[in-house]
Design a protein around this ligand. Sequence first.
Ligand SMILES: NC(=O)c1ccc[n+]([C@@H]2O[C@H](COP(=O)([O-])OP(=O)(O)OC[C@H]3O[C@@H](n4cnc5c(N)ncnc54)[C@H](OP(=O)(O)O)[C@@H]3O)[C@@H](O)[C@H]2O)c1
Length: 278
Amino acid sequence: MSSKVPPIILNNGVEMPQLGFGVWQVPDDEAEQAVAAALEAGYRSIDTAAIYGNETGTGKAVAASGVPREDVFVTTKVWNSDHGYDSTLRAFDTSLERLGLEYVDLYLIHWPTPARGTYVDTYKAFEKLLADERVRAIGVSNFLPEHLERLIEETSVVPAVNQIELHPHLQQHASREFHAEHGIATEAWSPLGSGKGLLEVPAIVAIAQKHGRTPAQVVLRWHLQLGNVVIPKSVTPARIKENIEVFDFSLDDEDLAAISALNEDRRLGPDPAEFNAA
Ligand SMILES: NC(=O)c1ccc[n+]([C@@H]2O[C@H](COP(=O)([O-])OP(=O)(O)OC[C@H]3O[C@@H](n4cnc5c(N)ncnc54)[C@H](OP(=O)(O)O)[C@@H]3O)[C@@H](O)[C@H]2O)c1
């Protein structure tokens, strides 16, 4: 099945599907089945990470899918304890081996872990991987504008993507503005609020009823119309299909305003300024 998802163009010209499939908290032996279902449903972008422990299952599903490698956009991430120039290069080799791939499409620094003071060296290893054509694009995750400013000052490749927690309860205006000014794509993690109550919020339920859609589809549509890249996760086949059926309707200005009014600047995950876990 061909993809239903339009691409966005990253700052180095590489195309990335605007909607992909996230696999956080999916055990390795279930990841193969979930990623296979996603590829079958038309997803062409998969978001994994070394720390998720499911690069192997993800890679197996990509290999078995029959979808040409160049038609699948694979993202993985270097974990905090592998920061540093040499250890990042080693961690990349290990990820690639687990994925069973020759290259990844997007490699991200998972967290800045500012107390380590190593994200600049880590990113310099990313620049080498990019120059060596082992990755098609490089970026970061959970970086605050102050971390991005330092990277931009001290390295030569502006990150293509910053993947951050973003959903109607945490709309990240300052980061989105900074990204837009610097040509960095905003990728939303936990786009559905991690399934923790957001989809029952009355304003979202009402918009869903108005369009004859589900609350999850309304939230994903809101992200897409804002210009975010989204990577909803599900291990439920019906939801995997539902979450990609979002390109045949639009929210109007009133809907968008009602969702924008839900911002509470409330994080589900850790504060990147303080998260330094190994
Ligand atoms: N960079 C980072 O630090 C970071 C952090 C967190 C996440 N991420 C990435 O972002 C991806 C998505 O985030 P996430 O997994 O936290 O949360 P999410 O995609 O916002 O939500 C996933 C939860 O919502 C449920 N769900 C999915 N589709 C649904 C639907 N149509 N209707 C009702 N419930 C639905 C899922 O349940 P079932 O699976 O049971 O169907 C699951 O419990 C991750 O998988 C990962 O790739 C990155």
